[in-house]
Design a protein around this ligand. Structure first.
Ligand code: PEP
Ligand code: MN
Length: 339
């Protein structure tokens, strides 16, 4: 339910409504400032909210049901205003386009620092996995903690904020110490304990869509992070499982405009994991920019043929500047500048 306060409602009237809602223990109350009116989202036990008769409290204008299954992520909650925020000086907004680039995996200090330096002039952030969720337990699963030190050094060297994945509750603090953005991978989109912990680490979270998850499920997963008080969530479409097997996954570009209608959260696209083939990555990345994405996350390697993971889809560092310029030129058609 959304409790709309009258335009002249006082702080103490707003506090009183919040305290009344919180007193149930089953309702989550969130104050949403608006241009003319403050709204208070009451999420959880709808019956309890109805029974407490908040309409009668002083300063309340009216109570409107929140119609969608996702709540905090819903654009209903933000009065259809998109979220805007900065990550280490890089702006995520409808006027900017954020290119996150780097290797699939941190393989060595040399490899990571070289890629970081190559992408730095044309990228807004550096990606690189320290902990890799692999389909087979016998595949390379990342260097682990030593990779975090390498990523920290790469940030020192280039100034690029770091995006790296958290796969395991036990590594949460170590990852949060280095990451400017904590990535939750597709395979963990519905790992609710991990989402709640990620929501409490005080860092923005990049939430990737699960391989077989609907967009409503993605937004409900985002609610797990948002309800911990973390408002800086970025969604990522990275391709889904369909009957089509020609490409690694089927990139759902329609997800971008759909999400823009239904959530206030920023949306980026991962063309690399969707394509599984570097020859397709630029077309998909430009497609993402054309349909209104807020950015992309793309894999780049100096010598992809020798990469320990996802070699066929990683762009060559030498091709990256031209790639980035083309994607940014497409984003510019939507009124966006580089983040
Ligand atoms: C990744 O970005 O490194 C990754 C493993 O992607 P996904 O979770 O989308 O498969
Ligand atoms: Mn990868």
């Amino acid at each position: 339910m959304m409790i709309m306060m009258v335009p002249e409602a006082t702080e103490s009237e707003i506090d009183r409504v919040v305290t009344t809602l919180d007193s149930t223990g089953t309702v989550h109350a969130k104050v949403v400032p608006g241009q003319d009116q403050v709204a208070i989202a009451a999420i959880g036990d709808v019956v309890a909210v109805r029974e407490m008769g908040v309409e009668a409290l002083s300063g309340v204008d009216r109570v409107i049901p929140l119609s969608r299954p996702y709540k905090l992520a819903s654009s209903e909650l933000s009065h259809h205003t998109p979220s805007v925020f900065d990550i280490a000086g890089r702006r995520i907004s409808p006027a900017t386009f954020c290119i996150i680039a780097g290797p699939c995996t941190v393989e060595s200090r040399r490899q990571t620092l070289r890629v970081a330096q190559s992408v730095a002039p044309n990228a807004a952030m550096l990606r690189g996995g320290a902990f890799k969720p692999r389909t087979s337990p016998f595949s390379f699963r990342g260097l682990g903690r030593p990779a975090l030190d390498i990523l920290a050094e790469a940030r020192e060297l280039t100034g690029l904020p770091i995006v790296t994945e958290l796969t395991d509750l036990q590594q949460a603090e170590a990852v949060a110490e280095v990451a400017d953005v904590i990535q939750i991978g597709a395979r963990n989109m519905q790992n609710y304990a991990l989402l709640e912990v990620a929501g409490r680490l005080g860092k923005p979270v990049l939430l990737k869509r699960g391989l077989s998850c609907t967009l409503e499920e993605l937004l409900m997963a985002a609610d797990y992070i948002l309800k911990e008080g973390n408002e800086h969530v970025i969604l990522c479409e990275r391709g889904i499982r369909t009957f089509e097997t020609a490409m690694r996954f089927t990139l759902d570009l329609g997800a971008v405009p759909w999400l823009k209608l239904h959530t206030h959260l920023p949306v980026i696209v991962d063309p690399s994991h969707a394509a599984g083939d570097r020859r397709l990555v630029e077309a998909l990345a430009c497609g993402a920019a054309a349909v209104g994405a807020d950015g992309i996350i793309v894999e780049v390697h100096e010598d992809p043929e020798e990469a320990m993971c996802d070699g066929p889809q990683q762009l060559h560092t030498r091709d990256f500047p031209r790639f980035a310029q083309r994607v940014l030129a497409t984003a510019a058609l939507n009124g966006r500048r580089a983040a």
